[in-house]
Design a binder for this molecule. Structure first.
Ligand code: BLA
Length: 316
């Protein structure tokens, strides 16, 4: 029997599906970020021969302690991609999350594709970027190599999606001049503008992957590996998603999920500890400070100009 239906993709929205002739109202709900997941698997799959990452399957579907919220996880690799992983959280109206990261193999110095979207019925907090492996303001060659060519594509989105306000100052070293850090008020902006940006940033990353040149020697390869490790260490320790995940699945499961799934590579890519990379987090007694940021929140305005040049507009 033909069903007439309409699907609204507002966060956790419940659409009514009218079964024609049956008189019954069925309920159909799509999670806010379902389309993003689908399109990313499709697009990456068109550019690379993906295989599922074995061992990460334990995390396919986790039901949170509240018995309602569902965490879904997917992980793939390919010849050039060390890890392409997606996590979504479907907490209905209360919370919708998309978290995508793609890491190349360490013989390439490719930026890390990063999409980090957190939505409630009241707010959307979004980061979309190709996170540089080497901080762009200190590594001009790296900035030139990867970001100059894609800046024109990003400009349009930078205009449409305004800067999201102050952020943890430490994060900035992991962001590139094309970063979209934004808090769209309307979910239509997420579904339309951010969705389009997500695809274009992903395609930009894939085109960089296509022409990526292998490290000339083991020294450079080791540097790339350490840069990924440092990034993983930062995010595994200070990611703002951590407290949310702890609340959802508890301490032990959260640690395991972060190490084995979200920031997998932490244990295989290096042996340094968080404080080796970020000594400013050492507390008076030598232990790791639990604060998210020692520098505090800053950058009330976008610190890069339209041309990708860094402008100091630090406001703490
Ligand atoms: C907020 N997430 C944020 C913020 C940033 C990021 C910059 C704003 C607050 C801040 O300045 O820290 C994202 N920060 C990043 C990213 C990098 C970084 C991508 O340094 C990369 C290097 N976030 C998640 C997941 C959840 C989540 C999985 O990744 C939920 C499970 C939630 N992010 C989340 C929440 C906030 C947030 C709840 C608001 C809370 C807050 O501002 O502390």
């Amino acid at each position: 029997k033909a069903l007439m239906f309409r699907v609204d993709r507002n966060a956790g929205d419940t659409s009514h599906v009218q079964g024609k002739g049956t008189g019954k109202i069925l309920q159909l709900r799509m999670a806010l970020y379902d389309d993003f997941v689908q399109i990313s698997v499709d697009k990456v799959g068109q550019h690379a021969k993906l295989s599922p990452v074995i061992g990460k399957n334990d995390y396919d579907r986790i039901v949170a302690l509240d018995g309602k919220t569902v965490i879904r996880s997917l992980a793939y690799r390919s010849e050039k991609i060390r890890l392409f992983r997606i996590a979504t959280i479907d907490g209905g109206d209360a919370m919708q999350v998309l978290n995508v990261a793609i890491f190349s193999e360490s013989r390439y110095d490719l930026p890390i594709f990063c999409a980090d979207f957190f939505s409630t019925s009241k707010a959307n907090i979004c980061v979309l970027d190709l996170n540089p492996l080497y901080t762009t303001e200190q590594n001009k060659d790296y900035k030139e190599k990867y970001f100059t060519s894609i800046l024109p594509m990003a400009k349009n989105y930078i205009k449409l999606l305004p800067w999201g306000g102050k952020l943890t100052a430490e994060s900035l070293q992991f962001f590139s001049p094309i970063v979209l850090w934004t808090k769209p008020h309307r979910s239509a902006d997420v579904q339309e503008i951010l969705f389009s940006a997500f695809q274009d940033y992903l395609l930009a990353w894939l085109s960089l992957l296509e022409v990526a040149v292998e490290a000339p020697d083991k020294v450079v390869l080791a540097q790339n590996q350490e840069a990924q490790h440092r990034y993983l260490m930062w995010r595994a320790t200070k990611d703002p998603g951590r407290p949310v995940l702890t609340k959802l699945i508890g301490d032990v499961a959260c640690e395991k999920y972060i190490k084995e799934f979200l920031f997998s590579g932490l244990e295989s890519l290096g042996t340094k500890k968080f404080l080796d990379y970020f000594p400013e987090y050492k507390g008076d007694d030598g232990s790791l400070s639990t604060v998210r940021s020692v520098a505090g929140r800053s950058y009330a305005k976008r610190p890069w100009g339209e041309d990708g040049k860094f402008i100091q507009s630090l406001e703490i």
